[in-house]
Design a protein around this ligand. Structure first.
Ligand SMILES: [Cu+2]
Length: 85
C-alpha cells in the first residue's frame, strides 16, 4: 500500500478544514472495517473521536490533527477515501 499524498491533498482541498472532518470510505463493509479505521485514526491521535458508520460509509473525526493526516492514516490501513459531501 503506497500513499499517494498528492492525491490525498487534492481530495482535502475540496473539504472543509475544520473539525469534525468527514470522509467517505466506500470500502467499509463490516464491523471489522469500522474497528480497523477507528484504530488507525486513534493510533495517530489517541484523543480523537471517531465515528465510522457502516451504513453510510462515512467516517467523522473530531480531533486536533490536520485532515490530511487522518486521511493518510485511513489509507495506510488499506482503505480508499472519496471526498465526502
Ligand atoms: Cu470489513
Amino acid at each position: 500500500m503506497s500513499l499517494d499524498s498528492k492525491r490525498i491533498r487534492s481530495l482535502i482541498t475540496n473539504m472543509a478544514q475544520s473539525t469534525p472532518v468527514q470522509f467517505e470510505v466506500p470500502d467499509i463493509h463490516c464491523d471489522g472495517c469500522v474497528r480497523a479505521i477507528t484504530r488507525a485514526v486513534q493510533k495517530l491521535d489517541p484523543a480523537a473521536s471517531v465515528s465510522a458508520d457502516l451504513a453510510t460509509k462515512r467516517v467523522i473525526i473530531g480531533g486536533t490533527h490536520e485532515a490530511h493526516d487522518y486521511a493518510a492514516a485511513i489509507e495506510a490501513a488499506g482503505y480508499t477515501l472519496q471526498a465526502a459531501g
